[in-house]
Write a protein that binds this ligand. Structure first.
Ligand code: CA
Length: 152
């Protein structure tokens, strides 16, 4: 994510999953690292809302309608909104690319990219136990267990 002044922010999440249609594309996001402040994990567990489908965590509001875009909105619509209509460096709410700890509520990022890491990815259920043999100094061996990270 890049601000209009060129400053660059990264939010990396170890877990980012979107559920099935039957679960209304429920978001699971956790395991933050980066320099953007963790704001997005508050959206974890929310279902996807659109302008005409209110599946958000805001009982008395319809965030998809208020903001004119699909997203996983928590109660009061949350502090991360990367799907807003582009409105330049400043906006008056309901638009913009917003990560409130960085942008505040009335300024926007210039660019944002959401992408899967190019490194190793472990999906739920893909962890497996592997056996390895550790060589001991006297030439003996003992069994040790380790978890192997599977490539995507
Ligand atoms: Ca609602």
């Amino acid at each position: 994510m890049t601000k209009f002044d060129g400053s660059f922010y990264v939010a990396h999440y170890n877990t980012f999953m979107v559920g099935a249609a039957a679960d209304l594309y429920e978001l699971t996001v956790s395991g933050y690292g980066g320099n953007a402040t963790d704001a997005f994990s508050s959206n974890s567990g929310e279902q996807f809302s659109t302008t005409d489908q209110d599946n958000d965590g805001y009982a008395s509001g319809h965030c998809g309608n208020l903001y004119g875009a699909g997203w996983w909105y928590p109660h009061l619509c949350g502090t991360v909104f990367l799907n807003g209509a582009y409105a330049g460096a400043s906006h008056s709410g309901g638009t913009g690319i917003v990560w409130v700890p960085i942008t505040g509520t009335t300024s926007s990022f210039e660019t944002v990219v959401m992408k899967k890491s190019s490194g190793f990815v472990r999906r739920r259920g893909e962890q497996k136990q592997v056996k390895a043999e550790e060589m001991l100094p006297q030439g003996g061996q003992k069994q040790v267990e380790a978890e192997e990270m599977l490539p995507q």
